[in-house]
Design a protein around this ligand. Structure first.
Ligand SMILES: N[C@@H](CCC(=O)N[C@@H](CS)C(=O)NCC(=O)O)C(=O)O
Length: 202
C-alpha cells in the first residue's frame, strides 16, 4: 500500500497529480506543513526535515517531491508519464531540475506573499523580486514550448507534472503570464486535466 504524507496545497500536490494520472490507490495523510504535526517524532522518522511530501511504498520511504514522481512514473507508469529512451530521460530530468532550480523559489514566494501569509506579513519587495527572477527562465521556456504541446517528445510526461506543478504556485500567486503566451497556453492545458483537479481537491 502506498501512503502519501502532505496536504494537497503543499508540494504534495505534485505527487497527488502523478498518483491520479497513474490511477493508483493510496492512503493520504494530510500533514499541514504550517502545523506542529510535521514535527511529531513518528513523522520525523520518515522525514527528518519535518517537511512534506513523503511517500511510503512498502519498505521504501522517499522524500523530495520530484524524486517521488520519477519513482512512481518508472515503477507504475507502464508506458505512461515516462519514456524509456536515454535522450528523452535526459530531457525529463532537465526540465524537472529547471523547474526546481530556476522557478520554484520565486513561484512559492509569489503565492506566500500574495495569498497565504496574513496581510501584515506579506512583503511586496519579495513579490517584485520573485516576478523579476521569473522573467529570464520564462522567456527561455516560452521559446522552447513554441511549436510543442508538451516538454518532452510531444508526450505528456512526469516532466510536465513537475514543471506545471511548480508554475501553479505562480498562477495561484496572480503572476501575469500574458507576456509568455505559449507558457500560459501550456499551463492552461496541463492544469485543466481532471487528474490535476482531483489532486488539488485533496
Ligand atoms: N525539496 C523538498 C521541499 C519540501 C518543502 O519545502 N515542503 C514544504 C511544504 S510545500 C514544507 O514542508 N515546509 C515546512 C518546513 O520547511 O518546515 C521537496 O520538493 O519535497
Amino acid at each position: 500500500m502506498i501512503t502519501l504524507y502532505g496536504i494537497e496545497w503543499s508540494r504534495a500536490k505534485y505527487v497527488l497529480f502523478t498518483l491520479a494520472e497513474l490511477g493508483l490507490d493510496y492512503q493520504h495523510v494530510k500533514i499541514n506543513p504550517f502545523e506542529d504535526e510535521k514535527n511529531a517524532l513518528e513523522y520525523l522518522q520518515l522525514n527528518p526535515l519535518g517537511q512534506v511530501p513523503t511517500l511510503v511504498d512498502g519498505d521504501l520511504v522517499l522524500t523530495e517531491a520530484m524524486a517521488i514522481n520519477f519513482y512512481l512514473a518508472r515503477k507504475y507508469g507502464n508506458g505512461k508519464l515516462w519514456i524509456n529512451r536515454l535522450e528523452a530521460e535526459a530531457l525529463i530530468y532537465k526540465w524537472t531540475f529547471f523547474a526546481i532550480t530556476q522557478l520554484e523559489a520565486a513561484c512559492v514566494d509569489l503565492i506566500l506573499h500574495r495569498k497565504v501569509y496574513d496581510v501584515k506579513d506579506r512583503n511586496i519587495a519579495i513579490v517584485r523580486e520573485a516576478e523579476q527572477k521569473l522573467v529570464k527562465p520564462l522567456r527561455v521556456l516560452n521559446e522552447y514550448l513554441t511549436g510543442k504541446d508538451f516538454l518532452v517528445a510531444d508526450q505528456f510526461t512526469v516532466a510536465d507534472i513537475n514543471l506545471a506543478g511548480v508554475l501553479s504556485y505562480a498562477q495561484g500567486g496572480e503572476f501575469d503570464f500574458s507576456p509568455y503566451s505559449k507558457v500560459a497556453q501550456y499551463l492552461g492545458v496541463v492544469l485543466s486535466r481532471p487528474t490535476y483537479k482531483k489532486a488539488v481537491a485533496g
